[in-house]
Design a protein around this ligand. Structure first.
Ligand code: FAD
Length: 289
């Protein structure tokens, strides 16, 4: 399949990229790794007239800890997250999530910013970013704004990003000691999008109660979901088997999956309950060291 004709621009600065977005309006699209955008163009689901490639824009590909956050530039590729020692050691939830994405070819090109900006409920990073309570840094003609991950995903393939804005970075709060996270994904075959997946990030207080719990759900609604009721049920409490089971039951009740080739809605709900259990157990083991 061949995409419709388009003009290609490769700006050398963020200012130039923003100016091009303003000039061409909704007929322009940002190009990052191209692994969601180009397939959609080939299927003629999107027909942008101008592609604005961010690859030459400096400052969008850093990974560093700064002021209590892990800063990840939007153009960081999945393979860079996967191989970064800091992420492997201190951010196991993010490391695991990245490794579950597609296959090495996709991870060599796909970017974390593209994965989030696309707004696909089947993508793996959104649930993880909600579990971490991450923030997204966005720049547009009105300046910079910071959008919490939990407020970013508005509808099916629709995010809080305006058409003249660029996602420049993701900020993940650095977890305190006695923290752990895990991602559990059920896929029909290796490299597929999730039939269902669950991201859990938690921290333990000195007395063994949960000082932080974040749970995100992938591909079990028309948007990535934050399991708010489950988190509220666990926050400040001891992680007893009964409490964890009740939180997992709430997550399966609060999602809204569709029956499709990856399974019936009923099956996916049951899997959300099971995957929440598994992810929580592994996150807790990591927090307990
Ligand atoms: P692009 O395709 O370049 O862009 C995607 C969208 O985001 C476009 O609308 C673009 O305009 C916009 N955009 C990109 N960057 C920015 C920015 N900085 N600011 C504003 N807008 C921006 N993903 C998963 O999570 N899990 C999977 O299991 C999975 N399986 C896949 C299997 C295959 C075969 C393929 C082809 C893809 C798969 N993906 C999967 C998707 C993959 O992770 C994509 O790379 C990702 O969704 C998009 O990232 P990208 O950098 O390629 O973005």
């Amino acid at each position: 399949m061949i995409p419709p004709p388009f003009t290609y621009a490769a700006p050398a600065s963020l200012e130039e990229a923003l100016a091009l977005l303003q000039q061409h309006g909704p007929m322009a699209k940002i190009l990052a790794g191209g692994h969601s955008l180009l397939p959609m163009m080939k299927l003629r689901l999107l027909e942008p007239e101008v592609l604005i490639d961010l690859r030459r824009v400096p400052g969008l590909a850093d990974i560093r800890e700064e002021n209590g956050y892990l800063h990840i530039g939007a153009m960081v590729r999945e393979v860079e997250l996967e191989e970064h020692p800091l992420i492997r050691e201190k951010y196991p939830l993010l490391h695991e999530t990245t490794r579950w994405i597609a296959d090495p070819q996709v991870r060599n090109m796909g970017t974390v910013g593209g994965n989030l900006a696309h707004g696909d409920p089947g993508n793996d990073h959104p649930a993880t970013m909600m579990a971490y309570d991450a923030q997204f840094v966005v720049v547009g003609p009105r300046g910079e704004r910071v959008i919490p991950a939990r407020e970013f995903f508005l509808d099916f393939y629709t995010t809080a990003l305006e058409s003249d804005e660029i996602l420049t970075a993701i900020r993940i709060p650095t977890p305190p000691p006695r923290s752990g996270g895990a991602y559990e994904k059920l896929e029909r075959k290796v490299g597929d999008y999730a039939a269902a997946a669950v991201a859990v990030q938690l921290s333990l207080a000195e007395d063994g109660t949960l000082s932080y719990v974040g749970i995100g759900l992938t591909n079990v609604a028309h948007v990535p979901l934050f399991a708010a009721r489950s988190c509220a049920h666990l926050q400040g409490q001891r992680p007893t088997p009964e409490r964890i089971d009740e939180a997992a039951r709430m997550a399966s009740e609060d999602c809204n999956p569709r029956s499709d080739l990856r399974g019936s809605a009923e099956y996916k709900r049951a899997m959300v309950r099971e995957l929440t259990h598994r992810a929580f157990r592994r996150a807790l083991e990591r927090a307990q060291g």
